[in-house]
Design a protein around this ligand. Structure first.
Ligand SMILES: NC(=O)c1ccc[n+]([C@@H]2O[C@H](COP(=O)([O-])OP(=O)(O)OC[C@H]3O[C@@H](n4cnc5c(N)ncnc54)[C@H](OP(=O)(O)O)[C@@H]3O)[C@@H](O)[C@H]2O)c1
Length: 280
């Protein structure tokens, strides 16, 4: 694919903003952000904004006419309705390639996790619609995951490591996810493949050690047994607790490690150490 028109759904969001910036920076794409709201008061330069209602199929198709690639950076809660509507509209608008909102657990490990079920439905819908796809597995966002509900309580020099805490985890900054998408999304060889990128590989214990070194303290490391996480995932009526329990299970089992990551060509990804140096 040469210079392409590309639409980013959720392009004003947490990850989507980084993807939009990286696409614009290549100079190779005409970038359109799909948003339920109005264009921001200070729109990004060289970006077109289209206000969409995901319940209005015809309007979505209109917004996607002439677009070659759709990247969905929609919120995980939006994969059930909004993203399915986007896939149907993309097919009717003759979009060539659809990138669903993945960007976390490597798709190869998805079937074992309830929180991933909507992403599997999206993959099936894309293939049924005859669209090309690219699936991105990136592990855990380095600039997102280090906070207490996921076991990282750096303010109190404490980390709770699920299981033994030694399983390798892929960590990738959102900025680098955006850059990796920008350098790969339109390549002919990216057609119908799963691509992985990782900025760093560190176990929970190694993350604790890096933070402890920076703070000059001995971190307290506790261990939640996997059975407790499984029980919480099964019995809690709090959706976030279920999600966090499953995510931490993926940490413990090594399922957040990206299999066979691709080395970026155009940038050097940032590491966990970089995050600690900037934030602790
Ligand atoms: N690997 C990781 O550690 C990690 C961490 C967080 C997220 N993720 C993944 O990254 C992807 C993007 O997540 P994110 O956290 O960047 O998303 P986000 O910022 O929370 O949301 C992205 C955009 O989705 C749009 N949206 C459309 N329908 C929505 C709805 N019903 N509810 C909420 N938002 C809706 C909103 O855009 P408008 O309001 O402009 O329409 C919003 O700005 C997801 O697939 C998520 O699972 C991965």
């Amino acid at each position: 694919m040469s210079s392409s028109s590309i639409a980013v759904a959720g392009g004003s969001g947490g990850l989507g903003g980084f993807i939009v910036d990286a696409l614009v920076a290549t100079g190779n794409f005409q970038v359109k952000v799909l948003t339920r709201g109005a264009a921001p008061a200070e729109p990004k330069r060289e970006v077109e904004y289209a206000q969409v209602n995901y319940a209005d199929h015809d309007q979505l198709v209109d917004a996607l006419r002439g677009v070659k690639i759709v990247v969905s950076a929609l919120n995980a809660f939006a994969v059930g309705f909004e993203q399915q509507a986007l896939i149907a509209a993309a097919a009717d608008a003759k979009v060539e390639r659809f990138v669903p909102s993945e960007f976390g657990l490597p798709p190869q490990h998805g079937k074992d996790y309830g929180f991933y079920a909507g992403k599997i439905r999206a993959q099936k819908a894309i293939q049924s619609a005859g669209l090309e796809y690219v699936l991105y597995g990136v592990g855990s966002f380095t600039d997102y995951a280090f906070y207490p509900p996921f076991g990282f309580d750096f303010d109190n020099d404490a980390v709770d490591a699920p299981g033994d805490g030694d399983a390798p985890i892929s960590w990738t900054w959102r900025e680098d996810v955006g850059r990796f998408v920008a350098e790969t999304v339109a390549l002919p060889e990216s057609r119908n493949v799963t691509l992985g990128v990782e900025g760093d590989v560190k176990s929970v214990r190694e993350v604790a050690e890096i933070v402890g070194r920076k703070k000059g303290v001995k971190m307290t490391i506790t261990h939640t047994p996997l059975e407790d996480l499984a029980e919480a995932a099964k019995t809690s009526d709090n959706g976030f607790v279920v999600f966090a329990s499953e995510l931490r299970t993926a940490f413990a089992k090594g399922d957040m490690r990206v299999p066979s990551p691709t080395k970026p060509r155009t940038f050097k990804p940032k590491t966990v150490e970089d995050w600690v140096q900037q934030n602790i």
